[in-house]
Structures are given as structure tokens and as C-alpha cells.
Design a protein around this ligand. Structure first.
Ligand SMILES: *[C@@H]1O[C@H](CO)[C@@H](O)[C@H](O)[C@H]1NC(C)=O
Ligand SMILES: *[C@@H]1O[C@H](CO)[C@@H](O)[C@H](O)[C@H]1NC(C)=O
Ligand SMILES: *[C@@H]1O[C@H](CO)[C@@H](O)[C@H](O)[C@H]1NC(C)=O
Length: 650
């Protein structure tokens, strides 16, 4: 059963649909797929916020939204068996689903009273400030864990969660007499969670009789607890608190005592596993409980790995290494159940497709079956560049690091003078451009641009040293890396037109775009930036992740930090605003009015500087959008305006 999301421009929304697949295994070797039957029809899913199959009895639980109401439905093989009107029961606030907090919100005097507009609000509480978990989690403040008793139709809010944590990512312990959950500490104040794997948190075990204990270490960041099929072992990801907002994590194992299954990788060898940088899928154990499967960034790729619990040996399960044509650059594990893996594969010229394969035993390789070829693929050319900084651009504390870039271009030269190049820079900075499908890139290539996506030092997939090398060096090392990659691409490929270059990017990618046009004013002919960081000193007071504002500039963060002239000056000096007077390239700014990560006033600062100097600038303002500018109409507006801007100025 696969669920997909597709953008529908007519309804101006993202539609979800499901599709059913039937695989028939060999009767004498059930780990061999004999036939893949044609898929069932695509059926739209409406209003399903969460859904989960029970491990026994064939039941399916769905939290459904109908208008402003939420219902909990239990379906079995004969239809709807039970339906609870959660809104009418009024025991907790709205149920929400999020990467980090897939739980129920507390019906707490203040919040949910406001939500339901009922009698609990005393007039003196109405204006009291309520903290939340920041960008993309606005008004999510105190989640609660609830247990529904299906027999009696009763909902219980679990009361023994410690007062100083917000619970999430809960799962049943064996026999269902207890739950495991991750608690994020929210004292002395909350810091934004999205894209931050460095928040202090711990793993707890709460038994339904009310006893709650912490079962992980202190002063750590933990996430993604996953229980082995026999219930004896729990694994989870662990990282340090503060420091880089996203980083290489270790995979820890708890079975009685705790041990490390996969450690942080500082310097991966070329071709080797490079560490864990992303969340574990919700099912990641082999049936025998001896292996764990997951996907992660490796240099410019994304791959599927298996780690053996006994030997701690990691192996790649994709056919990338054996097949040098590397059909798919990106492999993401969606699930593994009874040793059948389902992965999503894509490349810059090939939209996502599902593949299945059984976990291999011993030294076998996986036989992957593609469930269905994508409806269309494109003849774009793509290459991966390995870039080495020059000796004067080497990092003295982390010498010898290299990085990468991906070039995607049309298969035919559309213009005599060469192909114009769009340099696309990712945000984070600790994230990655894997060699995968990206509709923005594909759209630009379709329109005749070459797109260069740069994984500058500090991107995920290159080891923890690479990540640490960028701390305190933003605005210089990363800027030089992008410029170095552009030079390397122009040198390698003479079909690219060095006179028609543009830079685009969002967030830290917007910060780098604006740096590049300020530091290399004669090099780039156009720039399009989405919610860029423009002045890190003024951003300090408004960002939901104030810790990262200090860390990125090379300072220690502590909750009680008070800005000093020294820290503010350092932040200012690392910012694109200091180069703004040199900018010649026309700048398109796209800002989300509700961005809590990088305030839209950042972009406005640059807008005013450019406008007052008569430098061409155009500002698009999206009052209802946050940092990701992800509403469907906003995405369309941003893409079309970016293309028009690039076409006009290149
Ligand atoms: C659920 O309860 C709410 C509040 O009582 C009510 O307004 C709504 O109509 C109910 N929804 C359904 C589908 O019964
Ligand atoms: C917590 O860990 C961070 C680094 O991971 C360290 O800088 C900090 O001092 C530690 N805090 C406490 C209270 O131990
Ligand atoms: C394309 O890449 C950008 C920059 O990393 C990212 O923000 C965006 O979500 C990607 N789009 C798709 C469709 O993957």
C-alpha cells in the first residue's frame, strides 16, 4: 500500500492518493518475488491525517479531519468498526502529525480553550505569552500523549510525562503496558525544532500505571526509537546538544545496557558509508532482529545501508556500486517488513519510482524489482563533480576536506554561445543536494538552463569533520567553495556559457547567493533568493534558533547569552549586507511573511539597500507563508517569477 502526494494546480492543493500492489513470491523460496501484479487504481485519500495498521487483527486506525473536526476511525475487513468524534469528546487539543511530534496536543486551559473558544479562559490569562516550537510548529506548545481504549471509547491523557519535556515519537512497549517516547526539554525556553537534530532530548519509558523513567543519557539529543520485532531491543539516533544544527548521528542500541551500533563518522573513505544524517524509517529492523536498514547521505548520493548487529559491519544495498551507469542517484528506504524492503529511487532526470527487494543473507546482493517505471523520464545529462579547495582555501583546523557538485543540463545545445548556467545553492547549511529528482532543477533544465547544485563543505554526507569545518566560517569558506565549484564546472564543460551565470537559493542558500553577487559582482548576471539571511546581527533577535545564530558565527551558545558588541560585530561581518554596495546583479527576493526562522525583515534590509542605490530589485511578498514558501500557489508564483527573472537578465 503506497501513498503519494501530488500537486494539483486546479484545486491549489496537494492531493494524497494511495495505490495497492500485489507481489507473489515463489512457493519454494518466499524471498524471491515471482510476479508483480499490475497496480490497483490510484484512489484519493481525503482528510487522513494519520493512519496506521495494527500488527494484529487487521485493524486500521485513522485520524481524519473533516473541516475543523477530527475523528478517530477504526476500520476492519468489514468496514468502519468504530468512530470517535475527538472534537466532541474534547479531552485534548488538535491531533497533529509532524516529523518530530506525532502526538496529541494537550487540552490545556489556555491553548485549547482558545482553540475551542469555550469557557476556560479567564480574562487575565488571555494575553499571557505562550511559547511554541518555532518555524512550521507555530502554536504547538505542550503536546500530550493519549491512549484510546477502543472497547469503551475512552481517551486517557497520560499524566506522568515529566513537566519539563514535550513528548513525541511514541511507540508501544511489548505487551502494550507501557510506551516509549522522546521528550524534548523545553526549559528555560523552547528553540525551533525543524531541521535541528541538536535539541536536548531523552528517551523515556512510561508505564500505563503511571511510572515514568528516563532510559537514555543526559545532555544528549535523541530521536527515532525503533523496537526490534521481538521487543527485546530498542535502537535510536543520538547526537550532541547545540553545535551544528544538523550533523552526523550515532545509532545506539539498548538491550539491557546501552551500546553504540554505528558511531559518528568523522572522515569517510571514498566509496564508504559516511555516517547517519537522517531519521530512521518507522520500520527498519530485519525479521530476525539481527540487522537494521536505513538510508543516508553519502557525498552527493543517497544510499540504502544495512548494519549487522553482531559484526557492526555496514553494507550498501543499492545496485549503484555494481552498476556504474548509476541509473538511480538517490535511494530512500521507505519501509522494511518481514524482510521485504520498499525503496524510492530517483535521479535528476527520472522522477521517483518504487522498487522492492528482500534483505540479502550473507554476501548476496539484493535483487531489486521496479514496481512501475515513472510515467516519463528526461534525456538531461547529469554529472557529479568532485572539487578540491586550493591550498589557501583549505581549512586549517580540518585540512584536506573536499566537496562536490552536481551538474544537470539539456542534452542538446539550445544556443550557439553556450548554455546559461544557474548555480543552485542548498540551505541548511547542513543539508545536501543528492543526485535525485528535483522539480525546480528539472523545470530549469527543460527551459534550456544548465543547473549546478553545490554541496559545499558543511553539507551532510561528507563526514562530521566537513560539518564542523564550516562553524565560524560562514560567509567565507562556503562562498569560496561555491565559486570554486562554478569555476571547475566552467573549466570542465566548454558548452557552458561563462557570461550568462545566475545564482539562486533559499535560507542559507539565499545568504550564499547574495554573498556571491556582492563578492564577485562582475561574475553573476542575476540572483533569485528565497528568505535569505542578509544580516546575521539583526537576525539574532528574531530567529527561532538563536543557538544556531551564535554557533554559525563561531560562538558558544548558552540559554542566558546576552549579545555583546563583539558577537554582533562578528555576525555582521559574516553577512552579505556588508558587500551589498558592490552588488550589480538584479536581485529577485521572495519572502514569507510568517517565516520564523529567517525573518522577512532580512530580505527587506537588502531590498532597501539596493533600491536606494538604484540597483534593480524586485520583491515578492507572501503574507501567509513561512520559511519554506511551500504553499502550492506560492511555489508556482516563485518558480515562474524566477524563470522570468533569469530569462530577462541572462
Ligand atoms: C463532532 O463534534 C463536533 C463538536 O461537538 C460537532 O460540531 C461535529 O458536527 C461533530 N462531527 C461529526 C462528524 O459528527
Ligand atoms: C552538554 O553538551 C555540550 C556539548 O555536547 C556541552 O558543550 C555542554 O557543556 C554540556 N552541558 C552540560 C550541562 O553538561
Ligand atoms: C529542490 O531543491 C531545493 C533546494 O535544496 C529544495 O528546497 C526543494 O525542496 C527541492 N525540490 C524537490 C521537489 O525536491
Amino acid at each position: 500500500h503506497a501513498e503519494w502526494i501530488q500537486t494539483d494546480l486546479v484545486r491549489n492543493s496537494r492531493l494524497r492518493y494511495s495505490q495497492q500492489w500485489t507481489l507473489i513470491a515463489d512457493s519454494n523460496n518466499h524471498k524471491n518475488i515471482r510476479t508483480v501484479l499490475p497496480p490497483g487504481p490510484c484512489s484519493p485519500l481525503s482528510g487522513e491525517l494519520l493512519s496506521e495498521l495494527s500488527p494484529t487483527r487487521g485493524l486500521r486506525a485513522v485520524v481524519r479531519e473533516t473541516g475543523s473536526q477530527q475523528l478517530l476511525e477504526i476500520w476492519d475487513r468489514h468496514g468502519l468498526r468504530k468512530s470517535l468524534n475527538l472534537s466532541a469528546l474534547n479531552i485534548h487539543g488538535r491531533v497533529y502529525d509532524d516529523i518530530r511530534l506525532p502526538v496529541l496536543v494537550r487540552k490545556h486551559t489556555l491553548i485549547s480553550s482558545l482553540l475551542y473558544g469555550d469557557v476556560f479562559v479567564s480574562t487575565q490569562d488571555r494575553s499571557v505569552y505562550c511559547e511554541d516550537w518555532g518555524e512550521a510548529l507555530t502554536s504547538k506548545s505542550v503536546p500530550v500523549l493519549c491512549v484510546v481504549d477502543l472497547h469503551h471509547g475512552e481517551i486517557d491523557v497520560l499524566q506522568s510525562v515529566p513537566q519539563d519535556v514535550s513528548p513525541g515519537q511514541a511507540l508501544w512497549a511489548p505487551c502494550s503496558q507501557a510506551v516509549f517516547f522522546v521528550g524534548w526539554y523545553h526549559e528555560p525556553f523552547r528553540l525551533g525544532l525543524k531541521f535541528c537534530s541538536n535539541r536536548r532530548s531523552a528517551l523515556f519509558r512510561l508505564s500505563l500505571d503511571g511510572h515514568c523513567e528516563c532510559i537514555s543519557g543526559d545532555n544528549l539529543s535523541v530521536s527515532c526509537p525503533r523496537l526490534s520485532p521481538d521487543g527485546s531491543t530498542l535502537i535510536y539516533l543520538q547526537g550532541s546538544v547545540f553545535g551544528p544544527h544538523n550533523q552526523c548521528l550515532s545509532l545506539d542500541l539498548k538491550s539491557g545496557k546501552t551500546s553504540t551500533m554505528l558511531d559518528v563518522v568523522s572522515r569517510p573513505q571514498t566509496g564508504d558509508f559516511a555516517g547517519v544524517y537522517e531519521a530512521l524509517p518507522s520500520h527498519c529492523w530485519s525479521a530476525d532482529g539481527e540487522k537494521v536498514v536505513f538510508s543516508s547521505a553519502v557525498r552527493n548520493w543517497k544510499d540504502v545501508f544495512m548494519v549487522d548487529r553482531g559484526t557492526k559491519k555496514v553494507s550498501s544495498l543499492s545496485d549503484n556500486l555494481s552498476d556504474l551507469s548509476k541509473v538511480y542517484g538517490s535511494w530512500k528506504l521507505l519501509t522494511v517488513q518481514r524482510d521485504l524492503m520498499v525503496v524510492c529511487c530517483s535521479s535528476p532526470n527520472s522522477p521517483p519510482t518504487l522498487r522492492v527487494g528482500f534483505l540479502p543473507s550473507a554476501d548476496e546482493t539484493v535483487t531489486w524489482r521496479t514496481l512501475q517505471q515513472p510515467v516519463t523520464t528526461f534525456d538531461y545529462l547529469w554529472t557529479v563533480l568532485d572539487v578540491t579547495p586550493t591550498s589557501d582555501e583549505d581549512n586549517l583546523r580540518y585540512p584536506g576536506l573536499d566537496f562536490g557538485a552536481i551538474l544537470v543540463k539539456p542534452s542538446h545545445l539550445l544556443c550557439e554561445t553556450g548554455t546559461p548556467v544557474v548555480v543552485f545553492i542548498h540551505g541548511g547549511p547542513h543539508s545536501q543536494f543528492p543526485v535525485e529528482w528535483n522539480s525546480t532543477t528539472a523545470g530549469l533544465v527543460e527551459l534550456g538552463f544548465a543547473v549546478l547544485m553545490v554541496n559545499y563543505r558543511g553539507s551532510t554526507g561528507f563526514g562530521q569533520d566537513s560539518i564542523l569545518s564550516l562553524i565560524g566560517q560562514v560567509g567565507s569558506q562556503d562562498v569560496k567553495d561555491v565559486q570554486r565549484a562554478v569555476m571547475a564546472a566552467l573549466q570542465n564543460d566548454k558548452t557552458l556559457d561563462p557570461k550568462r551565470l545566475a545564482v539562486i537559493g533559499g535560507s542559507h542558500g539565499g545568504f550564499l547567493s547574495c554573498h556571491l553577487i556582492g563578492q564577485y559582482p562582475d561574475f553573476y548576471r542575476a540572483c533569485a533568493a528565497r528568505n535569505p539571511v542578509i544580516n546575521a546581527a539583526t537576525l539574532l533577535g528574531t530567529s527561532d534558533i538563536v543557538d544556531w545564530r551564535y554557533t554559525s558565527a563561531g560562538f558558544q551558545f548558552s540559554y542566558d547569552n546576552i549579545p555583546t558588541a563583539e558577537t554582533l560585530a562578528a555576525m555582521l561581518l559574516k553577512s552579505p549586507i556588508t558587500h551589498a554596495a558592490q552588488i550589480k546583479a538584479p536581485v529577485l527576493l521572495m519572502l514569507g511573511g510568517k517565516d520564523r526562522r529567517v525573518s522577512p525583515h532580512q530580505g527587506l534590509e537588502l531590498y532597501k539597500v539596493l533600491k536606494s542605490r538604484g540597483s534593480p530589485v524586485r520583491l515578492l511578498w507572501f503574507p501567509e507563508d513561512g520559511h519554506s514558501l511551500s504553499r502550492v500557489d506560492t511555489q508556482v508564483d516563485c518558480f515562474l517569477n524566477t524563470v522570468l527573472w533569469l530569462t530577462q537578465h541572462l
